[in-house]
Design a protein around this ligand. Structure first.
Ligand SMILES: Nc1ccn([C@@H]2O[C@H](COP(=O)(O)OP(=O)(O)OP(=O)(O)O)[C@@H](O)[C@H]2O)c(=O)n1
Ligand SMILES: C[C@](O)(CO)[C@H](O)COP(=O)(O)O
Length: 239
């Protein structure tokens, strides 16, 4: 299915991989459907993306076994399309890319469903930097702590130089056709891809690191939920 939504030259489409099961969350339902302040995490995330002026459409990759999406306010939303995701996050992102007409949407942002607190100003900063440079890029934030590498028995193996070390966040923004080709090449060569930037690295394309807020956490483990709720409510209070 290819989107035929007419698009202005500034129009962007976002892909939201939301087909995971959230094993580490230990929750009764996939974590993207847990409630935060009356809405599912997925709804918060998609609303954040659609609040960005240049993002015209969102393609959400949901599990073929998803039994929750149709109960959200996103079902039937005119600016939302769903596709079936795959075994890994990268497969879900690729499914989303296959649903996009890159002649209408030359650039795409990919953003985790599990990151509902991403500030709109960070997304706009990423969009602007990529447009200015013509290169793709990602939101990230610099490592603050001393970093250790451990062995299988949790003994310290080494202290990792943290200078110029960043946490990769999302959205990550790239030319849609190039990103699709890079992911397909990496998968064909059995390269493990955990984010869009690593696929672009594999085909020797550069990426810009755009400093973003640490509020943009990925809800992964049970204690992340309370932190996300605190951040969300603080953002709402600050307008
Ligand atoms: N096959 C998959 C796996 C993950 N994701 C999505 O990718 C995002 C980031 O992945 P992660 O935080 O690892 O989510 P899960 O894979 O669901 O978590 P877990 O590893 O704990 O199962 C999530 O929004 C998740 O829904 C996806 O679309 N398709
Ligand atoms: C894409 C990502 O959010 C970058 O940090 C992260 O890799 C996704 O989580 P996963 O556990 O690797 O699927």
């Amino acid at each position: 299915m290819t989107l035929n939504t007419a698009a202005t030259d500034k129009a962007l489409v976002a892909i939201v991989p939301a087909a995971g099961v959230g094993k580490r969350m230990l929750s009764a339902c996939p974590k993207q459907y847990l409630q935060l302040d009356g809405l599912t995490i997925l709804e918060h995330t998609v609303n954040r993306l659609l609040s960005v002026a240049d993002i015209q459409h969102v393609v959400i990759a949901i599990s073929p076994q998803d039994g929750y999406f149709n109960d959200t306010g996103l079902a039937g939303h005119p600016d939302v399309t769903t596709v079936f995701g795959g075994k890994e996050r990268v497969d879900s992102v690729l499914a989303g890319l296959k649903a996009i007409d890159s002649s209408r949407y030359p650039w795409v942002l990919v953003h985790d469903a599990a990151r509902p607190c991403v500030p709109g100003q960070d997304i706009n900063a990423l969009i602007n930097r990529c447009r200015e440079s013509g290169d793709g890029g990602l939101l990230a934030y610099p490592v603050r702590d001393t970093m250790k590498r451990g062995d299988a028995s949790d003994q310290v193996l080494e202290t990792v130089e943290r200078e110029a070390l960043w946490h990769a966040l999302t959205p990550q923004m790239y030319p849609a056709a190039e990103l699709k080709a890079a992911i397909e090449k990496a998968l064909e060569d059995n390269i493990q891809i955990t984010d869009e930037s690593s696929a672009m690295e594999y085909v020797n394309r550069t990426s810009i690191l755009v400093a973003g807020s640490s509020e943009n956490l990925k809800i992964t483990r049970p204690d992340d939920l309370a932190m996300a709720e605190f951040i969300l409510l603080r953002q709402q209070a600050n307008g």
